[in-house]
Design a protein around this ligand. Structure first.
Ligand code: ACO
Length: 484
């Protein structure tokens, strides 16, 4: 039997020189890809608080300054001037489309909007009141059996796969809602644009035509734009992780849908409305809830973000939209007043200020969806429709990256050391842990390892990513020093 000490890989070496990379917006990253090979050490970064998992040229976000840009274009400009279909093209292919490219892309989305007729039978097999996210994740994965994907899709095939997913996600979403309320499914129409089409599939019925309201259409379009990408968030990382094994793209996107479902991620918009509803029906004006959030009894959903340490720029746009939509005759909502009061109270409270907890996109997005008549359990589904172009853009970026590898993180094992198998008859059922079984994580303060910055920072030469500086250039100026 080996002792824990004997199982360790090479003893740490005295020092290692690691390159510092610079992104196109000047952000710095320590490239540790050679660390284990040269020192026997790995890094531990639970929740990936400090880890860049890839190089990406799709979305730039600066959480300290509240900046979000898709392919360099500020989110505020895209939300004000663009449409979701155009933004989807931009994310996917890197440039805003010309008129002709946009027409072609819209046409392809239209032609791809039907799902195979046999798939409609699947919907009937789900129990009544199945959560639409459960249906969505299942149906998206099953698209793989109706639309086989070649092992190495050509560019044309890839375009079709992308169009299928962007377009069919919307059809599946609307069908799952119809299943939920027990109404017949309404087919997509070539006469309607992306958002109108979706709303029509949701709300028209054989006995009643849905009347489109341009303000609602604009609000939903903006919602989709704001959700279209957010670099390496939980669901996008799930897509990259699953996609890195070259799994079927429909299964990969289904993994993204599953990761999105959780209340700490895409499920938060639904959770915000539950919170507001709870506050409203309890007669609280928000103050009691704020106290509960501070004491840990409750969590103020829609507040806080892993990367934004100031206002989420998407929340600002959503808040303005809320004002606009809810000031229309007959559309006011007491939940909006509660939300504003909560925001005001939180933003003047030491607890929230000291932890940089500001409203995130979900704080107001649920109110927009509610005003548009979208049922509560469809909120996260709409997020998924919006995020699909982002997931696909990351999948495409990874697919075309010659250096892409299967994602496979390491771990720090903290379980029992090797032990002999105990026969069933000898097991007491009591877990006896000897002191020697406990693996302790000892800080490396005394380990003689220095991480040395290269002499000069690397400058970016490619818009899409960071380029390591050639070793011979790395020693020409005096910018060096020990980090550890
Ligand atoms: N309400 C009250 N306290 C909070 C909140 C909140 N919404 N968010 C964080 N905190 C507190 C934590 O309790 C912690 O306090 P402590 O330092 O005293 O322990 C501190 O702020 C840091 O919080 P973490 O949970 O460590 O932050 P993390 O970066 O891991 O989590 C997250 C970010 C998950 C978004 C968190 O802020 C949260 O749960 N917010 C509510 C859910 C939500 O709105 N999610 C949507 C995110 S946006 C999106 O996915 C589109």
């Amino acid at each position: 039997m080996t002792t824990p000490q004997e199982t360790h890989t090479p003893a740490p070496t005295a020092s290692v020189t690691l390159p510092v990379l610079t992104g196109s917006e000047g952000e710095k990253a320590l490239d540790i890809s050679r660390l284990r090979k040269e020192t026997g050490l790995v890094t531990l970064d639970e929740g990936y608080m400090n880890t860049a998992s890839c190089r990406s040229g799709i979305t730039y976000l600066d959480g300290e300054r509240g900046i979000l840009r898709y392919r360099g274009y500020p989110i505020e400009q895209l939300a004000a001037k663009s449409r979701f279909v155009e933004v989807a093209y931009l994310l996917m292919y890197g440039e805003l489309p010309t008129k002709r490219e946009l027409n072609d892309f819209s046409g392809l989305l239209n032609n791809s909007s039907l799902i195979h007729e046999d798939m409609r039978h699947f919907f009937t097999a789900f129990p009544n009141h199945a959560h639409p996210m459960a249906i969505l994740t299942t149906m998206v994965a099953s698209l793989s059996s109706f639309y086989p994907v070649p092992e190495k899709p050509t560019d044309e095939e890839e375009k079709q796969i992308i169009a299928n997913l962007v377009s069919q996600m919307r059809t599946i979403a609307a069908f799952s809602y119809k299943k939920f309320i027990g109404e017949p499914m309404i087919y997509p129409s070539y006469r309607l644009r992306f958002v109108e089409n979706f709303l029509n599939m949701m709300f028209s019925s054989p006995v009643q035509n849905y009347q489109q309201d341009p303000d609602i259409v604009k609000a939903i379009d903006t919602f989709l734009i704001l959700h279209a990408d957010h670099e390496q968030n939980c669901s996008t990382s799930a897509v990259r992780l699953a996609g890195s094994s070259e799994a079927n793209i429909y299964a990969v996107i289904s993994a993204g849908v599953s990761a999105l479902w959780g209340r700490l991620h895409g499920g938060a918009n639904q959770a915000v409305i539950s919170t507001l509803d709870e506050i409203l029906s309890s007669g609280d004006d928000g103050r009691r809830f704020i106290e509960d959030a501070k004491s840990g009894k409750a969590r103020l959903m829609g507040f806080g973000h892993r990367v934004y340490k100031t206002f989420d720029p998407r929340a600002k746009i959503m808040k303005e939209l809320c004002h606009k939509l809810l000031s229309k005759p007959g559309m006011s909502d007491p939940m909006f007043d509660i939300a504003m009061r909560l925001e005001e109270a939180a933003l003047s409270d030491e607890y929230f200020l000291s932890r940089n907890l500001y409203p995130n996109v979900d704080f107001y997005s649920g109110l927009i969806l509610k005003a548009a008549g979208i049922p509560f359990n469809m909120f996260t589904v709409l997020f998924a429709i919006g995020r699909t172009p982002g997931w696909l853009a990351h999948w495409r970026e990874m697919r075309h990256d010659a250096g892409a590898r299967i994602a496979r993180p390491r771990q720090i094992y903290v379980g029992p050391p090797e032990r002999a198998y105990t026969a069933l008859s000898e097991r007491s059922g009591t877990i006896v842990r000897r002191e020697s079984d406990t693996v302790r994580l000892v800080p490396l303060a005394d380990t003689p390892i220095g991480i040395v910055k290269p002499k000069r920072f690397v400058e970016t030469t490619r818009a899409a990513g960071m380029v390591p500086m050639p070793p011979e250039e790395a020693s020409t100026s005096g910018d060096s020093g020990h980090i550890a």
